[in-house]
Structures are given as structure tokens and as C-alpha cells.
Design a protein around this ligand. Structure first.
Ligand code: 13P
Length: 241
């Protein structure tokens, strides 16, 4: 049985005060949320403690947005898996396209981060996806297969979530057609040794399109950017039909 995982990615949004306000609006909307789905919020480092303190006893799990591969060391600006688990973090996104594009993340560093996360007991969400140019050139499958081949070396597929996020659909309002997302996610699954790894779709997921996306048979969840910043819209997504 594949698990459903709905995760918000706040990116670099929200101070501690703003995160507390979000929770005040969001937590009451979870009362009738079906128990078949995991709900995760991947937030900036400074918001992690606010969430872990306020989410104690709730069904929402706390996620970070990156993790370093070393357990400690001279790596200015980085954070270790142990530092995250100490404060109650359970999930971490790895290899988000914004990290690959702006911060020099490679498939090899993604692989090291995934393994370090798992060793510490975190569940990594590996993000893969093609650019507009790669799609137009007919390279979508090759790009994603390469990201998976290197990214997943020696990674435990029993403690893993994958997010298919076509870069051209992120923050653009230009959602990938749900049938196409379903097709690519099916291809991703065909490369895995564990068929039960949950695979999410990400890229302009909104209250208006979540039901259609989640109705696709291969899609096991969503990784949501902009629409996870408002309690009402994220609540509608979490409570998809
Ligand atoms: P948007 O939902 O804002 O398109 O962002 C998607 C994303 O990058 C989630 O990780």
C-alpha cells in the first residue's frame, strides 16, 4: 500500500511570528482530514522550533528544506541531520530545483545528502524534474532517469519520498497536465526497486486543481509551494477529495 504524503514547501517565506499565525489558522482545519495521508510542512530553519513545539501531538510533521552530509564540521551555513532530528524534524527535501539551479547542487551532492538524512532517521523527499528547454528537446525522461540513477545510489527505498517537479511548472501557474504528470511518475516508479515509494507531483498545485491531480492513479501526493503559505488554501489541498 502506497502512503499519501501532502507536503508544503514554504521556501524562504515566514518569520517565526508569521508561522505561529499560520498554525492558528491551519490546525483547526485538520479535524476531519482523512487518516490515510501524511501532512508535512517543510519550513525555513528558523521556523523549525516554532513548528515542532506547536505541532506536538498534532498530525502535522515537521520538515526541513536541506541537510548536509557530514555529521559536523567546518561547513559554514550548513546544517546536519542530527541538528534537525534533535528538534523533532522528520522530513527533509533534498535536491529541490532551486537548490540545483542557484546553489550548485549536483546529483552527487544530492545523493550524499539523501544518505546522511536516512542514516539519522529522517525521511528525505528527493526532488527531480526537467526544465522547459529539456522538455522541448525531448529530454525529459533522460534527465529524470539520470537524476534518479545517481541520486538513489545506495539509498534505502524503504524510507523515501520522491517528488516530480517539472521546473517550468514551479511558481508559474502553469501546471503540468495531470495525465502527463501521471505518465512521468509511472516512469519514475518503473526505475525503483521498491514499488511502494510514494511519488508526489509538485508545480503550481492549488485548491482548484488538487482533486484532479490526486485522482491520477500513479500520483501519491503533492509538494506545494505558494499555495501552502495560506492556511485556507493549504487546508483545502490537504483535505482533497
Ligand atoms: P509552487 O507550488 O509555488 O509552484 O512551488 C512548487 C515547489 O517548488 C514545491 O517544492
Amino acid at each position: 500500500m502506497r502512503k499519501i504524503v501532502i507536503a508544503g514547501n514554504w521556501k524562504m517565506y515566514k518569520t517565526q511570528e508569521e508561522s505561529a499565525e499560520f498554525l492558528n489558522g491551519f490546525l483547526p482545519t485538520l479535524e476531519d482530514t482523512p487518516s490515510d495521508r501524511d501532512v508535512v510542512l517543510c519550513v525555513p530553519y528558523t521556523d523549525l522550533t516554532v513548528l515542532s513545539q506547536n505541532l506536538h501531538g498534532s498530525r502535522v510533521m515537521v520538515g526541513a528544506q536541506n541537510v548536509h552530509w557530514a555529521s559536523e564540521g567546518a561547513f559554514t551555513g550548513e546544517i546536519s541531520a542530527k541538528m534537525l532530528t534533535e528538534i523533532g524534524v522528520r522530513y527533509v527535501t533534498v535536491g529541490h530545483s532551486e537548490r540545483r539551479q542557484y546553489f550548485g547542487e549536483t546529483d552527487d551532492t544530492v545523493n550524499q545528502r539523501l544518505r546522511a538524512a536516512q542514516e539519522a532517521g529522517l525521511t528525505p523527499i528527493l526532488c527531480v524534474g526537467e526544465s522547459k528547454q529539456e522538455r522541448d528537446d525531448g529530454d525529459t525522461e533522460n534527465v529524470i532517469f539520470e537524476q534518479l540513477k545517481i541520486g538513489l545510489e545506495e539509498v534505502d527505498q524503504n524510507n523515501l519520498v520522491i517528488a516530480y517537479e517539472p521546473i517550468w511548472a514551479i511558481g508559474t501557474g502553469d501546471t503540468c497536465a495531470s495525465e502527463e504528470a501521471n505518465r512521468v511518475i509511472g516512469l519514475i516508479r518503473s526505475k525503483l526497486t521498491n514499488q511502494d515509494v510514494p511519488i508526489q507531483y509538485g508545480g503550481s498545485v492549488k485548491p482548484e486543481n488538487v482533486d484532479e491531480i490526486m485522482a491520477q492513479p500513479e500520483i501519491d501526493g503533492a509538494l506545494v509551494g505558494g499555495a501552502s503559505l495560506k492556511p485556507e488554501s493549504f487546508a483545502r489541498i490537504v483535505n482533497f477529495n
